[in-house]
Design a protein around this ligand. Structure first.
Ligand code: DX5
Ligand code: ZN
Length: 219
């Protein structure tokens, strides 16, 4: 099995020292930088918008993996592409016309992702799986960092992996929320390709070492 893609979430970074934290990620084994955008409507919290993403992009040497936790994301796809997003993920629950939204993201030359909340059955993605570059399985309820991992996630990863294989799709499975060195091996074993980690990376005393630890998990 190949090494996982590691995407530290800057939601847990020090916003007053964002440049310093981005430079730390540049020097680390992180593959992507996960950027959580929250609108206070789709989720009960507000994080930051495109001006901050643009500022992060100026210093980042890794692709920005933008996770839009916003209602009707179609309104902002181009804005986040212009701010520097490489991947744009929208929530299944926030889109009326998911297939159209995925095409719109691809037309902007971004990788198209779909995030599913803990209550959303991954079978609902079966009809669009070939159009999805990555699925973010939320392993916490979106809105906040530092929450505990929901154990039902393993089952969802296995189910989604089956759908991907059956449809001969090349979709990546990304896990977001409460990821740490304890649950990461079982997630990779179940079929995950990408691990997002906020608190586990940024609250550790040696963030670069913690990223290396996640990257180095071999099954
Ligand atoms: C939650 C966000 C996550 C969050 C993960 O709504 O989508 O990306 O930053 O943080 P941790 O790893 O602390 O659960
Ligand atoms: Zn996220």
């Amino acid at each position: 099995m190949s090494a996982p893609i590691i995407a530290p979430s800057i939601l847990a970074a020090d916003f007053a020292n964002l440049q310093r934290d981005i430079e730390m990620l540049n020097e680390s084994q992180a593959d992507w930088i996960h950027v959580d955008v929250m609108d206070g409507v789709f989720v009960p919290n507000i994080s930051f918008g495109q001006p901050v993403v643009e500022a992060v992009y100026k210093h980042a040497k890794k692709p920005l993996d933008v996770h839009l936790m916003i209602q009707d994301p179609d309104r902002y796809l181009a804005a986040f592409r212009n701010a520097g997003a490489a991947n744009i993920s929208v929530h299944y629950e926030a889109c009326n016309h998911l297939h159209r939204t995925l095409q719109a993201i691809k037309a902007l030359d971004c990788k198209a992702g779909v995030a599913v909340n803990p209550h959303t059955n991954v079978q609902l993605l079966e009809d669009t799986i070939k159009d999805i570059d990555l699925v973010i399985i939320m392993s916490v309820n979106p809105g906040f960092g530092g929450q505990s991992f929901i154990e039902n996630t393993y089952k969802k990863v296995r189910q989604l992996k089956e759908i991907i294989v059956e449809n001969e799709a090349s979709t990546l499975i990304e896990i977001d929320g409460g990821v740490n060195a304890h649950n990461a091996p079982a997630l990779l074993e179940a079929g995950a390709d990408v691990l997002v980690a906020g608190s586990f990376v940024f609250k550790s005393v040696d963030s670069v070492g913690t990223i290396a630890e996640l990257k180095g998990i071999n099954l």
